[in-house]
Design a protein around this ligand. Structure first.
Ligand SMILES: Nc1nc2c(c(=O)[nH]1)N[C@@H](CN(C=O)c1ccc(C(=O)N[C@@H](CCC(=O)O)C(=O)O)cc1)CN2
Length: 291
């Protein structure tokens, strides 16, 4: 058996086309959505993700505002950039690209974002709303990667209702928040969050109908760990140097051979990454429509 592909690239293209129509309708009403980004330092991965976000904005008709700070920027300088975007009426939503350089208090920066402009859904107020609203519709922004995972599965007809979902990794952008979305009444999945302190990772993963691998550990999910037919989402990305060529290349959390066991597999690249970007745009458009 070879797993069917959870095609994030094609699905994101479809979503962007839908958003283009919605942005045109907003502009007709005189509402111009504008996404801001704050990038600190010159990490090549973060640079490329931020560049991609600005390209996406241009594609769907969202204005974009880019703030780049050097890696030497102080906590105060970063907070001042956040304050400026909070006050800028042209910026209807924005993100601070993570990770921030070592030594920066990331939580203090995230907490300084105006929750009404939080395009990433990572402000404690918006995460708190998700904790409280299990049954009611959520109108606040949702964390982009978790929203992208659920949308990708939904658009491929993978049913999460009653499914056992095992999440690997407890990072801010995925692991800590995805359970809040998956256990909402309208999704109804059962979620196990595993991490570096988990005793029997393989045992947990073997019981999963859906595996969300977001550990950032290359190849941590091996074929023997996957239940035949399970859906596997490869979210983690690591840059590893090929010992033969000396060149850096991207590696996901899912090892070779999993495609022979799984029922569904998201490629990496081309799976959850493009969905993360599309969901950021969706958060901006949703907020502009509600304003
Ligand atoms: N403030 C945030 N920071 C980070 C987030 C986030 O959601 N908000 N998530 C990740 C990075 N990220 C978005 O910011 C992101 C990661 C990957 C992709 C993507 O499209 N990847 C491509 C491959 C790109 C490449 O070749 O380098 C793919 O998977 O096909 C988009 C966005 C951490 N930081």
């Amino acid at each position: 058996m070879t797993a069917r592909v959870l095609d994030g690239k094609a699905t994101a293209a479809q979503i962007k086309s839908e958003l283009t129509t919605r942005v045109a309708a907003l502009r007709e009403r005189g509402v111009v959505p504008g996404l801001g980004t704050v990038l600190v330092g010159d990490d090549p991965g973060s640079r490329s993700y931020v560049a991609g976000k600005h390209r996406d904005c241009a594609e769907v008709g969202i204005e974009s505002i880019r703030v780049d700070l050097p890696g030497t920027a102080t906590q105060e300088e970063i907070l001042a950039a956040v304050d400026r975007l909070n006050a800028d009426p042209a910026c209807t939503g924005y993100i601070v690209q993570l990770p921030l350089p070592a030594g920066v208090d990331t939580n203090a920066v995230l907490e300084r974002i105006d929750p009404d402009k939080d395009a990433d859904g990572l402000h404690p107020t918006n995460l708190g709303r998700l904790v409280l609203r299990v049954r009611e519709p959520v109108t606040s922004p949702l964390p982009c990667t978790p929203r992208g995972v659920i949308e990708l599965l939904d658009r491929h007809g993978v049913d999460l209702h009653g499914a056992n979902v095992v999440v690997v990794g407890r990072g801010t952008t995925v692991g800590r928040s995805i359970g809040l979305l998956l256990t909402r009444k309208d999704v109804d999945a059962t979620v196990t969050l595993t991490h570096t302190g988990t005793r029997d990772l393989a045992g947990h993963v073997r019981g999963a109908d859906v595996v969300v691998a977001a550990a950032g550990v290359p190849g941590i999910i091996t074929p023997d760990m996957v239940r035949p037919g399970a859906a596997v989402l490869d979210v983690g990305v690591s840059r590893v140097v090929d010992p033969e060529t000396g060149k850096a290349r991207l590696r996901g959390d899912v090892a070779d051979g999993v495609a022979e066991v799984a029922g569904w597999l998201s490629p990496n690249p081309g799976g959850v990454g493009p969905m993360t970007r599309a969901m950021l745009l969706a958060n901006v458009v949703d907020a502009a429509e509600q304003a």
